[in-house]
Write a protein that binds this ligand. Structure first.
Ligand SMILES: [Zn+2]
Ligand SMILES: [Zn+2]
Length: 189
């Protein structure tokens, strides 16, 4: 599949990489329709990470996204094939003490999609657990053909609908990203 890989600081390349495969029974494959650009993506691009200059090990950016399930995954999850979904990019381990207590936000083994070393959604497909998938209301469109520059200028984390957004498609994309961000409580910078 094609993916936008952060190769190094200020160096993103569209490359062919292997498609993700479900490794567990509850994992689903999403065909990505739209991806917002978060402030943390910007930090990764400019500095390699969000904690200051960091050496980049190549990975795929993007954690605020919407998409549809592949036919096999839709059947497995009991979703219609064209249902738009948003994804919580913060994946807790489900095995540690904090996860067992229900405090998955404190999981020390959390895997955050689109943050090194975990590949994110600036790719054709992403593999996620069923628990991370949230249906998006019909009133929101996937904004698949949106202008990336539009998302770049407006923070999808604020979920406000971006007052100056240029048209329905741009606003819808940002809202889909906002649903995922709010579902996770992700600390976007
Ligand atoms: Zn855990
Ligand atoms: Zn974010």
């Amino acid at each position: 599949m094609r993916a936008a890989v952060l190769q190094d600081i200020r160096d993103i390349r569209v490359l062919d990489i292997p498609e993700p495969k479900p490794l567990a029974e509850d994992e689903l494959i999403i065909r990505v329709k739209a991806v917002g650009v978060c402030g943390s993506d910007l930090h990764s691009y400019l500095e390699g990470g969000t904690t200051g200059p960091t050496q980049v090990r190549p990975f795929v950016l993007g954690h605020e996204f919407s998409g549809v399930l592949t036919p096999d995954s839709a059947r497995k999850a009991g979703f219609s094939a064209d249902a738009l979904v948003a994804v919580d990019p913060s994946i807790p381990c489900g095995r540690c003490e904090w996860c067992h207590r229900g405090h998955t936000n404190l999981c020390p083994n959390v895997k955050f999609l689109g943050y090194a070393p975990h590949n994110g959604a600036m790719a054709e497909f992403v593999c996620v657990p069923r628990s991370a998938v949230h249906l998006v209301p019909d009133s929101i469109d996937p904004a698949g053909g949106g202008d990336p520059g539009d998302a770049w200028r407006r923070d999808p984390c604020d979920g406000s609908g971006a007052p100056a957004a240029s048209g329905k498609r741009g606003r819808a994309r940002l809202r889909a990203g906002g649903i995922a961000a709010r579902a996770t409580g992700a600390a976007c910078r």
